[in-house]
Each structure stands twice: as structure tokens, then as C-alpha cells.
Design a protein around this ligand. Structure first.
Ligand code: F6R
Length: 247
């Protein structure tokens, strides 16, 4: 595991974008595993900028996203599909048919999960998987639990998440209760992992993930077993690891 230190969010974003762009330059038909959330926004902005400057070409790239809310249509501004269009995919020359995200409108969970696992398999696996980390060390929607989930699965969101999301919806009925997410096995099968973290709120999770015991109670801790992990984190996110003299 290689840990790159960045002084702040912007530097973290630029370093992460550098790693992704190196991948795309070395393998123009790379399969990129992508994430949503606030962590990758700066990375995506940087990639769009380099694309506009003519330094990057995504015409042969395929993408697979980690997760999507169940029940939300792609046109819903809270859907991860919408997020990806707004923040990356709609601004680069990736072919829409080469982009993949779980179908939030599929009500048959078993069908959707196997369809998504098959997509990843048919693409020959993920070359580099970008990951944010939750304050509780979740990755994708793999929440702390008793076991590591394997493939794509349907997750019941925690009451906390449902409550927190309710501010984005006009009524409680519209707030998604479930999400589709890649499982730990999908993530671990990626040939390379790029984990990004910024801010003091992530310090404990990052320490537990990288240096604590490997346990489903800390989902990101499984990454310690992956042979090819790059962590790019800013000073605040690394504060606990540094305090303990581990870096
Ligand atoms: C996003 C995802 C989540 C986030 C995590 C961190 O697709 O799967 O695991 O990466 O919740 O979120 P932010 O970056 O908003 O702190």
C-alpha cells in the first residue's frame, strides 16, 4: 500500500486525477470504477479540465459506478446517475453506452445484481477503482456489519442515512430506503484501488481502515489485503495516522 500525502483537498484531487489519467494514458480502453460523493468532485473537475485541454481522451474508456439508490430514476437529481452526468460523464468524450451504473428502477433485486456482476465480468474486470470512505469506514454502500458482502447486492439504508437524505426530498415517502452496491468482492477484484480521503472527519476511519484489525465492522479494512492500493489523503485525514507515528 502506497500512501500519498496532500496538503489539502485540492492537492488530493490533483494527485488522484494524475493517477487516473496515467491509467487512461497507459491503457486507453481502461475500465474505470467510479464513485459519487464529495470526495471525488475535485478529481473529476481536474479530469474534465485536462480533457478540455486535449491531454486526455476517454473515447475508448468504460466506466462502472459503485452504487445507485433503488427507486430513483436517472432523471432524479438525487440519483447517482444524475450526479455522474453532472460532475464527470456529461463533460468528457466517454461513450454513453460505455458507462454503467446499477439500474435504480429495477425492482427485481436478484436480476439487477446478477446483471451488474455480469457487466463487470464481461468488461474483464476493473482496472482502477476509485473509492471514497465513509466516516464509519464504509466503501460503496458496504456498511459495517457481521460479514463482508460479496458481489453486487441490495442494501437497506440505515435510519441515519434515510433521515439525512430526507432534506433533499419533498416528502418522506420519496426518500430511498434501499440502494444497489458493488460488494467487497467486486471491489477487491479490481486490479488497482485508489482510495481518497479529505478532512478531519475521516481521520479515525482512515486510521482504522489502514492500520486497524481487518474486520467487517470496518469495511475498508479489507483493503489491507489488496496487493495494489494507492491512498491519497490530505493532512487532516492523515492526522491520526501521523499522530501515532505510522507515517
Ligand atoms: C459513493 C460511495 C460512498 C462514498 C462515501 C464517502 O459512491 O459509494 O461510499 O464514497 O460515503 O462520501 P463523501 O465523499 O461524500 O465523504
Amino acid at each position: 500500500m502506497r500512501i500519498y500525502q496532500a496538503k489539502d483537498y485540492n492537492e488530493m484531487s490533483r494527485k488522484a486525477a494524475n493517477i487516473i489519467s496515467a491509467q487512461v494514458i497507459m491503457k486507453p480502453d481502461a475500465v474505470l470504477g467510479l464513485a459519487t460523493g464529495s470526495s471525488p468532485l475535485g478529481t473529476y473537475r481536474q479530469l474534465i479540465d485536462w480533457y478540455r485541454k486535449g491531454d486526455l481522451d476517454f473515447s475508448e474508456v468504460h466506466t462502472v459506478n459503485l452504487d445507485e439508490y433503488k427507486g430513483l430514476s436517472p432523471s432524479n437529481p438525487q440519483s447517482y446517475y444524475y450526479f455522474m452526468q453532472e460532475n464527470l460523464l456529461g463533460h468528457i468524450n466517454v461513450k454513453p453506452e460505455n458507462t454503467n451504473i446499477p439500474n435504480g428502477l429495477e425492482t427485481d433485486e436478484a436480476l439487477e445484481c446478477s446483471r451488474y456482476n455480469d457487466i463487470i465480468k464481461k468488461l474483464g474486470g476493473i482496472d482502477i477503482q476509485l473509492l471514497g470512505i465513509g466516516n464509519n469506514a464504509h466503501i460503496g454502500f458496504n456498511e459495517p456489519g457481521d460479514a463482508f458482502e460479496k458481489g453486487t447486492h441490495c442494501v437497506r439504508l440505515t435510519e441515519n442515512t434515510i433521515q439525512a437524505n430526507s432534506r433533499f426530498f419533498s416528502s418522506m415517502d420519496e426518500v430511498p430506503r434501499y440502494a444497489y452496491s458493488m460488494g467487497i468482492q467486486n471491489i477487491m477484484e479490481a486490479r488497482c484501488i485508489l482510495l481518497i480521503a479529505s478532512g478531519a472527519a475521516k481521520a479515525q476511519a482512515l486510521y482504522n481502515a489502514l492500520f486497524g484489525p481487518i474486520t467487517p465492522a470496518v469495511p475498508a479494512s479489507i483493503l489491507q489485503l489488496h496487493p495494489n492500493v494507492f491512498v491519497v489523503a490530505d493532512t487532516d485525514a492523515l492526522s491520526l495516522i501521523k499522530e501515532k507515528g505510522l507515517l
